[in-house]
Design a protein around this ligand. Structure first.
Ligand code: THU
Length: 130
């Protein structure tokens, strides 16, 4: 793992500690890189009304979009599982809004790295063209 990726994994692991996951106990952290090279992080935020839960990927992208960013190159995702876990379907569509071919790097606690593109994970993306 190169130093740049390691820094993103460290950032995702740090924000994972701030997850609000009292129901699933499944903590997730994400580090999203903007086209200008800034990094925004997000953790999952659960709610007693379970369907309102926000995934880490959507939290990270919402923070970045709220800060004015609209273009992204890469997202790194960690959970507390040994295997690398790729984003849920809802997050795939959410990420596609601003980065139709985002690089998605899922990193397991065993050190396994699973890199995909959003086109691979969500072919035939739904989009409304201008
Ligand atoms: N979760 C994420 O944060 N990202 C995903 O891509 C899938 C699931 C969260 C939502 C919920 O808080 C917990 O993991 C269990 O589903």
């Amino acid at each position: 793992m190169d130093a740049e990726l390691q820094a993103l994994v460290d950032a995702a692991r740090a924000v994972r500690e701030r997850a609000h996951a009292p129901y699933s106990k499944f903590r997730v952290g994400a580090a999203l890189v903007t086209a200008s090279g800034e990094v925004f992080t997000g953790a999952n935020v659960e709610n007693a009304s379970l369907g309102l839960t926000l995934c880490a990927e959507r939290t990270a992208m919402s923070a970045a979009v709220s800060a004015g960013h609209r273009a992204f190159t890469r997202i790194v995702i960690v959970t507390q599982r040994d295997e690398a876990i790729q984003p849920c379907g809802a997050c795939r569509q959410f990420l596609a809004e601003f980065a139709s071919d985002l690089e998605i790097v899922a990193v397991g606690e065993s050190g396994v790295v699973d890199t995909r593109t959003l086109q691979q994970l969500l072919p035939g993306q739904f989009a409304l063209e201008d």
